[in-house]
Design a protein around this ligand. Structure first.
Ligand SMILES: [Zn+2]
Length: 87
């Protein structure tokens, strides 16, 4: 699969939800204090950490584009307003 941003080979995985957002909502997630995902296919799947592979997409992006230092993160770009409304 190719990186959806630059077209290079996809060798990195993006988080479904930013680890810092999970920590802000649930605090520290551990094996002893997991959170759970629930989908149509899998119910109550325990997640033992905010960086779990269970919280990542399959490889659809290259490591360079997935790095905050090299490239703005896609989810940040989406959250940034593309226009402003003047009153
Ligand atoms: Zn890329």
């Amino acid at each position: 699969m190719k990186c959806w941003i630059c077209g290079s080979d996809a060798d990195s995985r993006e988080h479904l939800i930013k680890a810092s957002d999970l920590k802000a909502v649930f605090g520290v997630i551990t094996q002893k204090k997991p959170i759970y995902t629930h989908t149509k296919l899998q119910k109550n799947q325990p997640i033992g950490g905010s960086t779990s592979d269970k919280l990542k997409y399959g490889a659809r992006i290259c490591a360079r584009c997935n790095s905050w230092r090299e490239y703005p993160h896609a989810s940040t770009a989406i959250l940034e307003p593309s226009c402003t409304i003047a009153s």
